[in-house]
Write a protein of this length. Structure first.
Lengths: 298, 304, 302
């Protein structure tokens, strides 16, 4: 039995190793052709053998950042609500509902994003933002389909929000009752208790949860493919279509156009893999520092 | 405003302790702020619920007209999703068959055999965390290199392997969590009776944890079943006319059906895509709710 | 205040003598001792801070505390003693609404604080706790610096002027200043148990409450730390009104002016905590009137 279990563990490690190996191997023709400059070039024209990842990296980072900028405060607020404010009966209903948001398949989120979210953003949100904040180049003139980096970012919150909310709720529930009692006994309002005791003691965990949510956004392929449109190049205007690392891979992999196309897509995957591993490691580091600090303080 | 009140409390700076206990001045503002925060947090929760309801309602509204017995029982060439449904079930089943033993055994290794601080346990937890955070498109690309290229065609089996890689870390973590919940007294009792570790795990601990492990597996499987990206890369070419379920050919699947059909220009195609989405969403949500109910019950049984 | 029937055939003896206070060698001379049988407290007697009428506490369907009536007086130390589980904690936590968060909590009867109903709808919980502070059994300092622990509540309340002096004064009143004055910005978690508890007391004193409730403040501490906490009681009571729950009878005998003895009423189907006898400390310990009190203080049980 022990041998069997250890073998399973070993197999798990081998799977990760195989993942890294395959991506690197698939990318190697492109790596040897373009080297590191691949990362810094913008033009992506498979027919002309021109491949540059920068536009895709830009789309990935910006859309994920928009998703996190919306999901982090909302998710923390929801976590506070579910752990400290909601009456018990409401808690048992809202909790599972928020978690089920995470269970919606990404193809359905993308589908909904194209058909419902994008028109709404194109007709209501983007014009409004352009009118009010148009002096900032980020909020340039919108275009009609609504498929843009901005829309993809907003759509990604459907997938990121439940992650941050559920993790935050779990964190807030770990704050010891005697700390909260001590604060309450000093004549503090609920918000003051949250601000003075609950949030400070969980800040590292919440940061780690946010990073995990960010990782989810960075890696999402299908929904982003559907919602981001198919733009090229880097534009400051958020309301224009773009592409991301995963959306490029998803849309072009089935129909490669030249010999170096697939290896270049693998190269994009390698960049995405590095980003994905880095965010997982970052989340772990933040979370473990939290534990260590707690232990030192006792 | 405060002064060095050496004397009795209730000096110049402080409210009279005999005054009524209702909020005054500064407290009114603080209470108002706290109530505002309460409202904002509840608003955020409402937004999340509204998103869920919004998406579910959209899928329901646009897809319900496509649902019919025909739709569910005929093949794609005839406008139905029967083969896609069966294909999804087949791919998910093979993937689960690959992932469950590995995941459960890994979970057992982590809780029962490796010390929590041992090097192997820490390395394994790191690996599991990294696997869990992998974008599924990368998993697809990996299996492409691993299986599709050597076999020179896209197969349902490749899709299943990709699903297995996605499910593996979730199943391992769920197993580990459930096994940790098994009370130490059970283990001690088995040890005290002089039973071998492996025997006690197999006959005492596993059965106690089985409910939780199974539901964890169901949740992982439901999560994987909705993934389109790996199939897009490894299993996107299939024959829509046959119910052909040979795993070593391209196998139809619901996520791929949705993804390809919604691009088609006709109105009926769009409705069918929504119909398929409705079927997929319903299955996944039911699986989620069901798994949670079973999990809650098995936890109650273990006295948690 | 004479013997009272509590409706189950038990009598509660309830007659602390407000004017009768522990004599300390350097204390202010006290008014003359009054006869215990006098119904009306003398003119120089202290006012009642809490006036409790038929208070009963329920958690869901089960009753934890039976109908309790007593008065707690200003600037005295009132001890609440009794065997474990007799409702002492429930009683004291009900005085500043710290039981509100416990699911199923319900209070019947009336708790009047300076004549105001603590549980009235118009009463604000936060204001109650601002005037009636509490120190808990296990020290629970915030994971902040020593200074920030003490300054936290004053900052919330808007007491920003002379904050440093306020913190220093609170720490002095808690007899902790000398030990921490050079390390105010170090983490409070680095203090010893006794110091942490005194920090919690300083924290409570910093907002200058009217009443200080202490729920077994020394039970988690070693004897030396305990002694320092007990010494504090003698000085603090001149400024505040103190109610202290303790399972240590000797401690009650040492620090308290008035003592309330609670016990478990096991005659009915439930175990309900009940107030058995309430008088000045000397009476409780030397001349208890109820047999249960006598049994408890002479160590026959509990």
């Amino acid at each position: 039995m022990y041998g069997l279990c250890a073998a399973a563990g070993l197999l798990t490690v081998l799977v990760l190793g195989e993942v890294i190996y395959q991506v690197a191997k698939g990318a190697s023709p492109s790596i040897s052709e373009f080297g590191l400059s691949f990362v810094f070039h913008t033009r992506w024209a498979p027919n002309f053998n021109m491949f540059g990842a920068l536009a895709a990296i830009y789309g990935t980072i910006v859309s994920s950042f928009i998703a996190i900028a919306i999901s982090a405060p909302l998710g923390i607020a929801i976590g506070l609500y579910m752990s400290l404010m909601a009456p018990p009966r409401v808690r048992t209903v809202v909790g599972p509902l928020v978690e089920m948001l995470a269970a919606i398949p990404s193809v359905i989120v993308g589908f909904w994003g194209v058909v419902v979210l994008a028109p709404f953003i194109a007709h209501h949100v983007e014009p409004f933002l352009h009118n009010v904040f148009g002096f900032i180049p980020l909020f340039g003139p919108p275009q009609t389909t609504g498929l843009s980096i901005f829309t993809a970012g907003v759509g990604l919150t459907v997938m990121v929000l439940p992650i941050v909310a559920a993790l935050s709720r779990d964190l807030f529930l770990t704050v010891p009752q005697d700390l909260k009692d001590g604060a309450a006994a000093l004549g503090a309002t609920r918000w003051e208790i949250i601000r003075g005791v609950v949030l400070p003691t969980t800040v590292s965990g919440v940061a780690a949860a946010t990073v995990l949510g960010l990782g989810r956004a960075l890696g999402e392929a299908i929904a982003v493919t559907q919602m981001m449109g198919d733009g090229s190049g880097i534009h400051v205007n958020l309301f224009l279509p773009g592409n991301s690392l995963s959306s490029r891979i998803a849309s072009e992999f089935p129909s490669p156009e030249s010999k170096l196309h697939i290896p270049s897509l693998f190269y994009l995957a390698l960049i995405l893999l590095v980003i994905g591993l880095a965010t997982s490691l970052l989340a772990r580091m933040i979370a473990s520092r939290f534990d260590v600090e707690k232990r030192l303080a006792r | 405003m405060t002064t060095r009140s050496e004397a009795m409390p209730g000096g110049a700076s402080l409210p009279d302790p005999t005054a009524p206990l209702s909020p005054t001045g500064n407290l009114r503002r603080r209470v108002a702020i706290s109530r505002l925060v309460d409202a904002a947090a509840m608003g955020a929760a409402l937004i999340a619920v509204a998103l869920l309801v919004g998406v579910a309602f959209t899928v329901l509204k646009r897809g319900i007209s496509a649902i019919s017995v025909d739709f569910l029982t005929s093949n794609q060439a005839e406008g139905g999703i029967a083969n896609a449904l069966l294909g999804t079930i087949e791919i998910v089943a093979i993937g689960a068959l690959l992932a469950m033993p590995t995941g459960i055994l890994t979970g057992i290794y982590l809780t029962e055999f490796a010390g929590p601080r041992s090097r192997s346990a820490r390395a394994l937890k790191l690996v599991l965390d990294l696997l869990q955070g992998l974008p599924t498109i990368i998993v697809g690309v990996v299996v492409f290199g691993l299986l599709v290229v050597p076999m020179q065609r896209e197969t349902g089996f490749a899709g299943a392997v990709a699903y297995a890689i996605v499910m593996l870390p979730m199943i391992a973590r769920a197993s580990q969590e459930v096994l940790l919940l098994v009370p130490g007294s059970l283990r001690e009792a088995a040890d005290a009776l002089g039973v071998d570790r492996w025997r006690s795990v197999l006959t005492v601990i596993l059965p106690a944890a089985m409910g939780g492990i199974v539901t964890g597996a169901i949740l992982a499987i439901a999560r994987a079943a909705g993934e389109t990206a790996p199939l897009l890369i490894c299993n996107s070419i299939y024959n829509p006319t046959t119910v052909g379920l040979d795993p070593f050919q391209g196998v139809p699947s619901i996520p791929m059906y949705i993804f390809t059909t919604y691009d088609l220009p006709t109105e009926t195609a769009l409705t069918r895509a929504w119909g398929a989405a409705l079927v997929l969403l319903t299955i996944i949500l039911i699986a989620n709710v069901g798994a949670r109910v079973v999990l809650a019950r098995s936890r109650a049984k273990m006295g948690i | 205040m004479m013997d009272r029937d509590v409706g189950v055939g038990r009598s509660v003896i309830n007659d602390p003598v407000p004017g009768r206070v522990r004599i300390e060698s350097d204390a202010v001379p006290q008014p003359p001792v009054q006869e215990a049988s006098q119904a009306r407290p003398p003119a120089v007697a202290r006012e009642a801070v809490f006036d409790i009428h038929d208070m009963a506490v329920f958690y869901g369907e089960s009753q934890a505390l039976g109908w309790t009536s007593l008065r707690i007086y200003r600037h005295v130390v009132t001890a609440v003693i009794g065997p474990s589980g007799c409702g002492k904690s429930t009683f004291i936590r009900s005085l500043n609404r710290m039981n509100d968060a416990i699911p199923g909590f319900r209070l019947e009867g009336q708790v009047l604080y300076h004549g105001h109903d603590v549980y009235a709808a118009a009463t604000n919980r936060v204001e109650v706790r601002r005037r009636i502070g509490m120190v808990f059994q296990k020290p629970n300092p915030f994971p902040k610096s020593i200074f920030d622990n003490v300054a936290w509540a004053p900052r919330n309340l808007g007491m920003r002027v002379d904050l440093n002096e306020r913190v220093e004064r609170a720490l002095q009143h808690a007899a902790l200043w000398d030990e921490v004055k050079d390390r105010l910005h170090e983490s409070a978690l680095g203090l010893s148990g006794g110091q942490q508890q005194r920090l919690c007391i300083a924290r409570a004193l910093a907002i200058e409450p009217d009443v200080l409730l202490l729920d077994e403040p020394a039970s988690a501490l070693d004897p030396i730390a305990t002694a320092s906490i007990e010494e504090l009681m003698h000085t603090l009571k001149h400024r505040y009104t103190i109610v202290i729950v303790t399972h240590n009878m000797q401690q009650a005998a040492r620090v308290a002016d008035h003592t309330a003895f609670f016990s478990l009423d096991t005659t009915g189907s439930e175990r309900i905590g009940t107030l058995v006898e309430y008088a000045d400390t000397e009476t409780i310990f030397r001349r208890p009137r109820d047999t249960r009190t006598r049994d408890y203080v002479t160590g026959q049980f509990g």
